[in-house]
Design a protein around this ligand. Structure first.
Ligand code: DP6
Length: 334
């Protein structure tokens, strides 16, 4: 791609993450400030690479930003929002060309918005000449998507809901380095199509209509405390049981929303049973599922082959992908 004369360019990569304790529901819908905290792991095998190039100022060239996602010109107000925050902070008016590529299916419950907005926050702020601290990057990424705040960091990561209205205390931070406790994830892909109800809309609906929403918020802190100690103690069965509990509690919330949110298909349910059967046979493996039909199986690195084989043989599973824990967002040579 041509770089506008006098413009500034940066390329960043960020990895997707999956939550072990889930985020669902906001206390501020404009800034994506979560109503509950969350804990995630960053995934090495699923990444977004984003190139940002600014014109020197709005008068020299276009007056619009351009966003290309996987080769298609795309309208994404949240991308403009993140770019506006960067411009405001850097004190200039240049317009951006953003080119973003995922190495996995977009919008199908594999957290493309998490890796996407984390990569955008880092690339856009660097292209604008800002040198933001990780916490500030996390807040910037959160303004694009709540889960993106976590993908600034690698390994085990906690997102705080904070208390302040401006969201300046609602950021993620690392809990434990991935190398300190390696874990693997086998993703069972049961559908390659984009989901029908986005997380953003789904969680607003749950907050407004599920009778379980108050219980969801009330039990969040307890889940976070237990997950923190499972990670600190390297207690995999405790981590796994709690991850399944948080996942199933989330899906109970979704199912009891009006209109209901049913993200699962037959393959999703079959993959959950495969994971439970493996566990009954002595393999330590646990599932988690986000706002989509894919099942993510958590296991020790030495059990990846047996888990991947069993999931691949499950009816309705189209493909499996394996991932180790990944690093946080980083800049690449532009
Ligand atoms: C089910 O971060 O995609 O994956 O903040 O509106 O962009 P927005 O939502 P998003 O929601 C993720 C929900 C989840 C659980 C999680 O990742 O914690």
């Amino acid at each position: 791609m041509d770089t506008p004369i006098g413009g500034t360019t940066a390329v960043a990569r960020a990895h997707s993450n999956i939550a072990l304790v889930k985020y669902w529901g906001k206390r501020d819908e404009v800034r994506n400030i979560p109503a509950v905290g969350s804990i995630s792991i960053t995934l090495e095998a699923l990444s977004t690479t984003t190139h940002v190039s600014f014109t020197p100022d709005a008068s020299e060239g276009r007056d619009q930003d351009e966003f290309w996602l996987n080769g298609q010109l795309t309208l994404a107000p949240r991308v403009n929002r993140v770019l506006d925050l960067v411009r405001e902070r850097a004190g200039f008016t240049g317009r951006a060309t953003v080119t973003s590529t995922n190495d996995f299916p977009t919008g199908a419950g594999l957290a493309s918005s998490a890796s996407g907005f984390a990569a955008l926050a880092l690339a856009a702020s660097s292209a604008a000449g800002l040198d933001l601290r990780p916490r500030e990057l996390s807040i910037l990424a959160r303004n694009g998507s709540g889960s993106a705040a976590r993908s600034i960091f690698g390994g085990y990561v906690e997102m705080h809901t904070g208390h302040l209205d401006d969201g300046s205390d609602a950021f993620a931070e690392p809990v434990l380095d991935g190398a300190a406790w390696p874990l693997s994830v086998v993703v069972a892909i049961t559908d390659h199509e984009a989901k029908t109800v986005s997380s953003t809309h789904g969680m607003a609906g749950s907050r407004a209509s599920s009778p379980f929403y108050p219980a969801w918020v009330d039990t969040g802190e307890q889940d976070l405390a237990e997950m923190r100690s499972a990670i600190t103690d390297r207690d995999f069965p405790k981590l796994g049981e709690l991850a399944e509990h948080s996942c199933l509690k989330l899906h109970a919330l979704m199912l009891t929303s009006r209109p209901p949110l049913i993200y699962w298909n037959a393959g999703t349910v079959a993959a959950m049973h495969t994971v439970r059967a493996l566990r009954d046979s002595g393999v330590a493996v646990y599932f988690t599922i986000d706002a989509g039909p894919q099942v993510k199986a958590l296991c020790a690195p030495q059990d990846v082959a047996v888990v991947a084989e069993a999931l691949a043989a499950t009816p309705g599973v189209r493909e499996t992908r394996t991932s180790a824990l990944g690093r946080g967002a980083y800049l690449m040579a532009s």
